[in-house]
Ligand binder design. Structure first.
Ligand SMILES: Cc1cc2nc3c(=O)[nH]c(=O)nc-3n(C[C@H](O)[C@H](O)[C@H](O)COP(=O)(O)OP(=O)(O)OC[C@H]3O[C@@H](n4cnc5c(N)ncnc54)[C@H](O)[C@@H]3O)c2cc1C
Length: 427
């Protein structure tokens, strides 16, 4: 049995290839339990994120069907899905991609303890390197990104694996109940989900010359090609990091290398860093004190959090960015840094409420990159330094004509942060 999670693709999917090697018959499943976030749980993932995942599953199912298989979708935990299937056909092997998330690891541990005889095969399917290729063990994780980068920058990155032509058949089992059907979730998406759309974006981006100016444009707040947008498909596993590198190398061989093309690789190393960071720091990823063990000062101001989420703070740039996030499911890297810094510094809130809100809304939500970046801004990451972005300066630099603020209706905020003062007297 193969469980798909954040690896919703057939190309460069080592778990899928292994499934063909070790099984005569195969069950491909996905657990759509919509319930991965345990602490500071947002009520639900947003409609946009749900729609993106649904589209990605449809695309995967179409691809699997062309290979003689089909995707079975459960609205339960993986353990419950396994219990159900195992009651009908004995399952001997459970194949899965490694996930850096602590709660996702717990799901696998639960299966291990319930099925002692089951062979569990796990693969690092979503990183540039396999654990065996990184030159440090996870116990001695480098103390900074720079150290991490220097140890890995010159390491060879493997070519992506081709997709299999054919998959082992399904066992004889009535699976109609678990077919992916029903209407796609009704949410307009600027970016379509799935491997096909992800590959299209990869092709399109490298057909333009945007990669050669990436370093100069990457901090913009709005637009199609100022940054790659690869995270949207990468985070859901619709494309792989190795596939991006292989396309980047092709681009460089045709158009030449420069500092910008290198910088795309550099940013993917940041992603790589956070993936292994999450594997190393485990549940500390969600702790208020992060990986430092030092609890930052913060309080819970319900009104401030609501204003931040609804784009009604006294800070027009922050409001515009939050409106952009909620309406599109995406925000630029600079935007994420600005709104996170505002939540931590101006609003003095517990950073985990911000991380959790992004978890709910970002269609490119990735457990390691999201919680790792939030820790870094809140000063509870590996360098222990809080980051504070000056909102006026950021507005002058990145929205000098206030067109972004106008477009995303950032001026509609409150004049004051609190409508009561610290001792609860109405202002
Ligand atoms: C508070 C906060 C929360 C974030 N949450 C997420 C998240 O949930 N999912 C996610 O994928 N990224 C997250 N990021 C990182 C970054 O903002 C996005 O990866 C990036 O904006 C995605 O757009 P892009 O693909 O166009 O990036 P590009 O600028 O084109 O970068 C290329 C690739 O490099 C990687 N990358 C770039 N910047 C970072 C970074 N700071 N950290 C890790 N990887 C990076 C991404 O995989 C990205 O696709 C977060 C950053 C912050 C500050």
């Amino acid at each position: 049995m193969l469980l798909f999670r954040k690896d919703l693709r057939t190309f460069d999917n080592i778990a899928l290839l292994k499934a063909c090697e070790v099984n005569d018959q195969l069950l491909c499943i996905y657990c759509y339990d919509n319930n991965n976030c345990e602490k500071y749980k947002p009520a639900k993932i947003s409609k946009k994120r749900e729609a993106f995942i649904f589209k990605s599953l449809q695309d995967l199912d179409n691809r699997l069907q062309k290979m003689g298989q089909k995707l079975l979708v459960f609205k339960t935990s993986p353990l419950e899905a396994l219990n159900h299937l195992n009651a009908n056909v004995p399952i001997s092997t459970f194949i899965i991609s490694q996930d850096p998330g602590w709660y996702e690891k717990k799901q696998v541990a639960e299966i291990k303890s319930s099925y002692k005889e089951l062979e569990i095969l796990q693969f690092h399917n979503n990183t540039l390197f396999d654990e065996s290729e990184i030159p440090f063990d996870l116990i001695n994780f480098p103390s900074s990104f720079s150290k991490f980068r220097k140890t890995l920058e010159d390491q060879e990155i493997k070519h992506p694996w081709a997709a299999p032509d054919r998959l082992p058949p399904m066992p004889d089992l009535n699976t109609d109940k678990f077919s992916l059907n029903g209407e796609p979730i009704d949410a307009e998406l600027e970016f379509a989900g799935g491997e096909s759309a992800g590959k299209q974006r990869l092709l399109h981006y490298f057909e333009t010359n945007s990669a050669s100016t990436y370093k100069e444009t990457r901090n913009a707040l709005d637009g199609k090609n100022y940054s790659t947008k690869f995270s949207i498909w990468l985070s859901n596993g619709c494309i792989s990091a190795r596939n991006i590198i292989s396309n980047l190398k092709k681009y460089e061989s045709l158009n030449g290398k420069n500092n910008s093309t290198y910088w795309i690789f550099f940013e993917l190393l940041w992603r790589e860093y956070f993936q292994w960071y999450a594997h190393h720091y485990k549940e500390s990823l969600y702790k208020i004190s992060g990986v430092t063990g030092i609890r930052p000062l913060s309080s819970f101001y319900a009104e401030r959090l609501k204003k931040w989420e609804q784009g009604t703070t006294p800070y027009p740039l922050v409001n515009a960015l939050m409106n952009q996030l909620v309406s599109t499911g995406y925000m630029s890297n600079r935007g994420r840094q600005i709104v996170a810094s505002c939540l931590v510094n101006e609003l003095e809130l517990d950073w985990r409420y911000g991380a959790s809100f992004m978890e709910s809304h970002l269609i490119d939500y990735d457990v390691a990159s999201n919680w790792g970046n939030w820790q870094s801004i809140a000063g509870v990451g590996s360098d222990g330094k809080k980051k504070h972005f000056d909102l006026n300066k950021q507005t002058k630099l990145f929205d000098p004509h206030r067109s972004f603020i106008k477009h995303w209706k950032g001026e509609r905020g409150a004049r004051q942060l609190d409508s009561v003062d610290q001792s609860d007297w109405p202002i």
